[in-house]
Design a protein around this ligand. Structure first.
Ligand code: ARG
Length: 577
């Protein structure tokens, strides 16, 4: 079923057409204040001027041409010319009955599904993954899930930073420290001829390499040689490089698994994958007159920016932007992307603006939407950039471990009688859920302060609150064998809950359009609040049929709506807590 908003929108468009022979946006919104109605159209105010009529008169004419069938119980014109629509309880009950057993709770798929590439996470391999990568991973994953649910074909792309001069240092250090032992080539495959010791502490490995690099000029020289060797595809250097990537990959794959994000190794297409395409990018942009030589380098002057986008350095090396341009061509031509979404730190806004401008100018993205969905910085509770007490970068692994440990304490306080393994499972769902939800529930544009105490609170707009609300509903069904039945909406609390359940479709449309998961979080938080209003005022198991069966159905629908919403955010929902 189409969302209520789009059904009303369609009917209003028809009414405006019938009344005035005009195609106009009905300017329909969900009402802020339920006293006036459930939805409100502001079309009359916008149309009054061009029509040369008073807004109220326009509103009256739209109202008399408006045919809403049995959807509305009341259509009224108020104030300067607002058209207020109140939904009919009978119609609402009928709608809920039709979606009662539908796993999609009645939400349609997109009428024009597209192929959408979502570029997210993208850790830099020469460094350990840190909290800055966390936001991209969590937000990108939620956005992909929502778009996929809408029926689009989603291609996830993990654009890892696996190439660049910093690898010279790491390769040299791997050889220097004996981690990578080059053997005499005994086969034509050099990869097989390099023996790699596992790096137990990647962080220490990077740190030690840097320390030696800063202190030792001879080592600097071997690092530089390794850069040259790597760029010349020298097999031994490539083999060591691949070994370092492999070990980093294990590290971030573990984190993905723990976070429950959908990225797989198949989604990984790092910067190095575009190496062979970079010369072509530069040549084509030069031929088109879009890129020009400047002081030995090749640059694109993008209007509105003081510094140009450099695509080739004077020493011939390519840059981050060159790779991104090659990636765009690959995504459009090979992956057939119709929309490409990048969820990355807002500090990269100039980079993406320049890259997008260049790709558009070159005609590489005709008919393709390029979208940058940036996010703010993660701050500590003191409002300063997130750091450990001693000022170091916080490791993602330790952060997630602490979240789970703290959640275990909460679960144990609430439910000491549950077996330890069950409590650990719940603690995992709650701890990880809390970290993800704290990030997703804020408008991604803003910076946000990371606080374990706030995100793990059992009241307020948090994952544990929603998970607990969900588990409480599920517990009702552990106390009865009775089956839900046809829905009757009698109490105002039932009605308020019913209307909210039926809004999920329109919320998902907004998230898919604006790429802002916090709208879905707000929706779920309201859902939990309306459910408590209903549950406190409308006895379920103590009432008689058919009211009891109807209320059980409302409980079940609420639980399933909550489950779907949490799934789309990538958050688990245990049946008990
Ligand atoms: N590696 C980059 C970083 O850590 C993120 C990659 C973003 N994706 C892209 N296509 N540029 O900032």
């Amino acid at each position: 079923m189409a969302s209520i908003l789009s059904q009303l929108d369609l009917a209003l468009r028809r009414a405006i057409k019938d009344a005035f022979k005009l195609d106009a946006d009905p300017q329909l919104n969900h009402s802020q204040n339920a006293n006036f109605g459930d939805y409100q159209s502001n079309a009359a105010m916008a149309l009054a001027k061009p029509l040369g009529q008073k807004p109220r008169a326009v509103a009256d004419q739209i109202k008399s041409s408006l045919n809403l069938g049995d959807i509305a119980s009341e259509i009224s014109v108020a104030g300067p010319g607002f058209i207020n629509i109140r939904l009919s309880p009978t119609w609402l009950a009928g709608q809920l009955d039709t979606i009662r057993t539908d796993p999609r709770v009645g939400i349609e798929t997109a009428s024009a599904p597209r192929t959408i590439v979502v570029d997210y996470s993208g850790p830099n391999i020469a460094k350990e993954m840190h909290v800055g990568n966390l936001r991209s991973t969590i937000i990108g994953d939620a956005i992909s899930r929502v778009l996929q649910f809408q029926g689009h074909a989603i291609v996830r792309q993990n654009h890892i930073g696996d190439w660049g001069t910093q690898f010279g240092m790491l390769i040299a250090y791997a050889a220097h420290s004996g981690i990578a032992l080059a053997q005499k080539p005994n086969s034509d495959k050099w990869a097989a001829a390099v023996e790699f010791q596992p790096i137990s502490d990647l962080e220490a490995f990077y740190r030690d390499a840097k320390k030696l690099f800063d202190a030792d000029t001879a080592f600097q020289e071997s690092a530089r040689k390794q850069v040259v060797a790597l760029q010349a595809n020298q097999p031994e250097s490539l083999a060591i490089w691949a070994g370092i990537i492999d070990q980093s990959r294990n590290h971030y794959e573990d984190i993905y698994e723990r976070l429950g994000v959908l990225l797989t190794p198949e989604d990984e297409r790092g910067e190095s994958a575009y190496n062979d395409l970079l010369a072509g990018v530069v040549a084509d942009l030069k031929a088109a007159g879009i890129a020009v030589e400047s002081q030995g380098a090749v640059v694109v002057e993008v209007p509105g920016f003081e510094s140009p986008l450099i695509i080739q350095k004077s020493d011939g090396g390519y840059l981050y932007g060159t790779t991104d341009l090659a990636a765009i061509r690959y995504r459009v031509n090979q992956l057939h992307a119709q929309r490409i979404i990048y969820t990355h730190d807002s500090r990269q806004s100039q980079h993406f603006a320049q890259v997008f401008w260049t790709a558009r100018k070159a005609g590489w993205v005709d008919g393709v939407e390029l979208e940058y969905a940036p996010f703010g910085t993660m701050l500590g509770e003191d409002g300063k950039p997130f750091k450990t007490r001693s000022g170091g970068t916080v490791k993602l692994k330790e952060l997630l471990e602490e979240a789970e440990q703290r959640a275990m304490q909460i679960v144990t306080d609430k439910n000491p009688q549950l077996p330890e393994s069950t409590r650990a499972q719940i603690a995992h769902a709650v701890g990880i859920g809390a970290v993800k939800y704290a990030d997703l529930s804020k408008d991604r544009i803003s910076d946000y302060s990371f606080s374990f105490d706030k995100m793990l609170a059992l009241d307020g707009n948090t994952a544990p609150y929603l998970q607990y609300a969900h588990a409480r509903i599920r517990s009702i069904f552990r106390k009865t064998d009775e089956k839900p039945g046809p829905i009757r909406l009698e109490s105002p609390f039932e009605l308020a809950l019913a209307k909210h359940v039926l809004r999920l479709g329109e919320i998902i449309e907004v998230v898919g359009r604006e790429l802002k998961p916090h709208h879905l979080c707000t929706y779920l938080y309201d859902l939990a609040a309306r459910f408590s209003g209903f549950y406190e005022n409308c006895p379920v198991l103590q009432s008689e049929d058919p009211t009891r069966a109807s209320r059980l159905a409302l409980c079940d629908l609420t639980a399933r709506t909550m489950e779907l919403g949490l799934n789309l955010l990538g958050i688990e929902h245990p049946d008990q807590m």
